[in-house]
Design a protein around this ligand. Sequence first.
Ligand SMILES: [Zn+2]
Length: 294
Amino acid sequence: MFPIKTFVSERRAANLLRQVRWRDGVYCPRCRAESVIRYGGYRVFQRYQCKNCDRTFNDQTATVFEHSAVALKKWFLAVYTYIRFNTSFRQLDVEIDVSYKTIYRRIQRFLRALDAPLPHLEGPVEIDELYVKAGLKGRERDQPSRSRGLSTRGRGTYEKDKPPVFILADRGTGERYVIPAKAADESTIRLLLADRHQESLTVYTDGFRAYEPLEEDDEFTREYVVHGDGEYVDGDVHVNTCESHGSLVRSWLSPHRGISKDKLTPYLRAFQLRREVFRKPGKEALETILETVL
Ligand SMILES: [Zn+2]
């Protein structure tokens, strides 16, 4: 089901771009007017002129794929294999014969166009965190000291280059959310749980202290298992869904060694997108991936 034809023909790639991008009709990227006319071509792309502001543009203008000397079909292959198979950018460098730096920049641009996950919680909700090793790649560090000092029971911190990543598993909707944070504290947790359908949301956690304030709050019913005491499941009370999802997150990040902490968010949005297209056949998956950024 690999949509191979799109990856070998620039014209097919351009047709797909046109079809997905203008799925709600052609409009001017500058003034948003819909009164546009066809105005010749630019390479394999259709060109248009806006009747409102007179500007001309083509199918690629103002998209994450514009201004590139690399063929569009190669970018489609790159984003498809990255989202689908988690291909590393070093591997792509070999496969599509484009330099690592060029691929890295373009994929970052693609990732920045992905939307943030917005949890609408129905509940009950499992919430848990994991800590990812992510420093400031190739840049000056926040703090030169690597002293462990006041360690918070083995939990990482953003400052120490081990930022927390929260995982929410909504058992009501079946949705999962993966959201990096600067701190694993009460205010962050409240923010993550803010958008909910029920007046009182049932929340399952582990014994981490940052979840304790939820207990004194009428808006939450917190139930928890204490892993340190060897307790992992107590009827419905567990965070096992979060934990297995967390191990998928770790393996998603692992081919991309040394992700800097300020880039963690886009990589995790890609993980979310990968989940959305997981069961879709190749062509449909590619269309969904493109729709997300166009
Ligand atoms: Zn215009």
